[in-house]
Design a protein around this ligand. Structure first.
Ligand SMILES: [Cu+2]
Length: 126
């Protein structure tokens, strides 16, 4: 190998090293660790059946045995009463809230309001 060819090869190697070196250093993004300062909202958590305008917000899907909150925006008293099986039955005062325990058996449960026969809804346990 002549010195001239050696120099040529050496320069090629240097070029290759140089070009690869300049493309392999992306700036590492500053990672922001999960902040622990976010305040959780005080609103009620968990599944909710909202009653407004003589209607249930339905269907609502809940976990087996979940505590379900019922909110009543109407002035009239309502109830959330299972159509069959006496699986749940709760009265909700006008402008009030109530809770009941969802069935533990998965399925779709039809319910109604005992005071207003036109009010119907479905609770899905899954
Ligand atoms: Cu009602």
């Amino acid at each position: 190998m002549t010195p001239r060819i050696f120099a040529l090869l050496a320069s090629l190697v240097l070029l290759a090293a140089c070009s690869s070196g300049t493309t392999s250093t992306p700036a590492a993004p500053a990672s922001s660790p999960a902040s622990t300062t976010a305040a959780a909202p005080a609103a009620a958590t968990g599944p909710t059946i909202a009653i407004s305008g003589m209607k249930f917000a339905s269907p609502v899907t809940v976990s087996p045995g979940a505590t379900v909150t019922v909110t009543n925006a109407d002035g009239a008293e309502h109830s959330v009463t299972a159509d069959t099986g006496n699986t749940f039955d709760v009265d909700v005062d006008g402008k009030g809230t109530a809770t009941f325990t969802a069935p533990t058996q998965p399925g779709t449960y039809a319910y109604h309001c005992t005071y207003h026969p036109t009010m119907h809804g479905q609770l899905i346990v899954a």
